[in-house]
Design a protein around this ligand. Structure first.
Ligand code: HEM
Length: 403
């Protein structure tokens, strides 16, 4: 494969679902250049499933043959170089994941439900105070603040530090805008996390940072300072950025498919079905970096050499006609509940999936219940997509709420 014949994945110019259709048609594993990094893209559902569980594919960056020659400062580089569970395997991965898994048990999450409902209620009240015929950006005013507040509460980010942490982590994760470089930002983020951790150490609470301190005293789950930072940063970023996209994408789908919205309002389909169908049809994560071949392997007839990276194409797998049939491109709540890979699969399956599902279900039920006349304020093709390789959503979601 020559450099010229690789697909270029560029968030600045992409048309995500059209690009993905071309990628799927080109094969199950397609050579791409993702923000300057040559990689294989796993484009179809079955191939992505294989990739997510393959014993000879690893998330550990040490297996990436070209890691020293990749362009510095790409989004991929920023995400893969931390020391969180996302980039660990085997016993190391288990140790890092076990340290925080207790915060995501069904019991702990049910305990968060009243908080999520009251936060949602407050946001709805604020929306209801706006002029009913004036367009409002529901991404900014609704989809964004809810997951941000919830994850801050769960982690134990004091109110006085939330705005700064949100700004820094948004910048690092490039939510909805492009940034030239992040080393300075990352340093500032770490300084801030250090202050927050010190504060929790002095005044422990019912939160994840306090739990992590207690665990640090125990053998077997001890986290280094770097690991503690990386874990908090991962949870904070993963815990709101993707859920904002999920809620935004679901609102967009339902505003533009009134027939589907009627199914929910009439009780024929539960709101949880809309959450699952959005995850499949418009995955909040477009492409996710990277797994690396530990040795030479073959997947779906394609030979991969040791050290080569593979990009997981979650949004593409969700619309694969080979798995979902010829109507895969349609948002349809009447088809039987479909499985999807949008939370991953296997050992790295999303730790926050139950939380994201709960937040999105509460948010959609409240929004569409409160505003019976809600309507889109711009056609979907006029909305700007996010300028990131990883995220899949629009930068705004304008709607008129109505009386
Ligand atoms: C992992 C998607 C929300 C925390 C993952 C993975 C995916 C994903 C695809 C697996 C990555 C891989 O295998 O390479 C999503 C989506 C979300 C969401 C679509 C929202 C709609 C959340 C939330 C949290 C969270 C709310 C935390 C509060 C994590 C963590 C991992 C992870 C910690 C790493 C797990 C591991 O490596 O063992 N997520 N996520 N995510 N997610 Fe989520």
């Amino acid at each position: 494969m020559t450099e010229e014949s690789r697909f270029i994945l560029d968030p600045a110019t992409r048309d995500l679902h059209a690009d993905n259709r071309r990628l799927r048609e080109a094969g199950p594993l397609v050579p791409v250049t993702a923000e300057g990094v040559p990689a294989w893209a796993a484009t179809r559902y079955a191939t992505l499933l294989t990739v997510l569980t393959h014993p000879n594919l690893s998330r550990e960056i040490c297996h990436w043959a070209a890691r020293h020659s990749s362009p510095p400062g790409t989004a991929i580089d920023r995400i893969v170089t931390d020391t969180s569970m996302l980039n660990a395997e085997g016993d190391e991965h288990r140790r890092l994941r076990t340290a925080v898994a207790g915060a995501f048990t069904p019991r702990r999450l049910e305990g968060l439900r009243p908080k999520i409902e009251s936060l949602t209620g407050r946001l709805i009240d604020r929306l209801a105070d706006l002029p009913p015929d004036q367009p409002v950006d529901l991404r900014k005013e609704f989809a964004y603040p809810l997951p941000r507040e919830v994850i801050s509460e769960l982690i134990g980010i004091p109110a006085g530090h939330q705005d700064e942490l949100h700004e820094l982590s948004d910048a690092v994760a490039q939510v909805g805008g492009s940034l030239d470089d992040t080393p300075e930002l990352r340093k500032a983020l770490h300084e801030l996390l250090g202050q927050i951790i010190d504060q929790r150490r002095d005044t422990p609470g019912e939160d994840l940072i306090t739990d992590l301190f207690r665990l640090r005293e125990q053998d077997g789950v001890r986290l280094s300072t770097d690991e503690l930072f990386a874990t908090i940063e991962l949870l904070f970023i993963a815990g709101h950025v993707t859920t904002v996209n999920l809620i935004t994408n679901a609102i967009g789908a339902l505003l533009n498919e009134p027939g589907q919205l009627d199914l929910l309002r009439s009780g024929k389909c539960p709101f949880s079905a809309a959450v699952e169908e959005t995850l499949r049809w418009d995955s909040p994560i477009a492409y996710f970096p990277m797994r690396y071949a530990v040795r030479d392997i073959e997947i779906d007839g394609v030979h991969l050499r040791a050290g080569e990276p593979i990009l997981a194409c979650f949004a593409s797998a969700g619309r694969d006609p080979g798995h979902y049939g010829e109507a895969a491109h349609l948002f349809d709540l009447t088809s039987p509940p479909a499985t999807h890979l949008s939370f991953g699969h296997g050992p790295h399956f999303c730790l926050g999936a139950p939380l994201a599902r709960l937040e999105a279900e509460v948010a959609l039920t409240a929004l569409f219940g409160a505003f019976p006349e809600i309507a889109p304020a711009a056609p979907p093709e006029e909305l700007c997509p996010l300028d990131t390789l990883l995220g899949n959503s629009t930068r705004t979601m304008p709607a008129v709420l109505g009386p």
